[in-house]
Unconditional design. Sequence first.
Length: 326
Amino acid sequence: MGSVMPGDVVFANQIENETGESNENKEDNSQLDPQTEKILDDHKDTGEDSTAENDENDETKKVHKENEHIPEHEKVASIDNEKIKEETSEIETLVPIYNYEIDNLVVPTTYAMSLNPYEMPIVVKDDIISTDQVVSRKYGVINKSSTDKVVTITFTVEDLNKDKITFVDSEEEAKNADKDSYAVYLSVIPADGGKIKIDGTYADIDTSPSSLSDVEMEEAKKQAIPLHIGENRIAFKLSKAIYNFGDGASLGEKKPKGSPEKILDLISLNPDGRSVTAFTFGGAMNQKAEWGKLLKGIKVTATYEYETADGTEKIIDGTGNMVAVD
């Protein structure tokens, strides 16, 4: 066993314990003066913090090293995907189609037209008298459908005089024809953009078919279509009427069941004013011809066809609803 004498300089790593083991790595401050002991204690505290910091730095270096080969955007995506997997779940939603469609086109029930080559006064209605060579009432058409419609009217013209009448393309051509020619310029004239009236009242959802046989309209004469023997067509685009669900319909509830007519209530015609249109007949005749020799007149038959508009139709300038015929 070693001994320590007074006056010797002693270092902590030179002290051996009673078993003969070195205290090189053991801490024993019992033989130190207070000032030296304090310095060692401070060093001990600082060493513990440094060790923890070193451990943390080592771990950080390890993570960075592992991620060196991964592109930055993939690192972010990986983190985001982890969050998505943890936070979301599947939700199914049944989406019904409220495909209720009502087709309801209201057309005139009768027509009245006369050829008047010598311009005699003819009573059209009440105190309305006309001396035109082609005298006609004006006829309305109403779309009370739930969708926009293109309505095509076909006028089939027949000459009951075994085709002695010649149908021409203009008023001038009819009036300037030879006296031996039974020349007639017969045309269908669309309404302009003004509103259609019946006895001074605007047409609406309560307008009857019979009242459409005599309406009030302003004529778009520049867009008149000449009629000839055989089939002749004119087309109009009519806006849909306004409907509501009779018992209401709420998002998230079951789709109402039943026929469209029972589910939907008709509220009004379209506020754009284009649920209604009208037309009339006009023209001119060759006054020089001997019309008295003809025993019969002509026959005009009107038929209506309609289809849902596809939105590509263009209203012809100067008219309220007229479109090109396909």
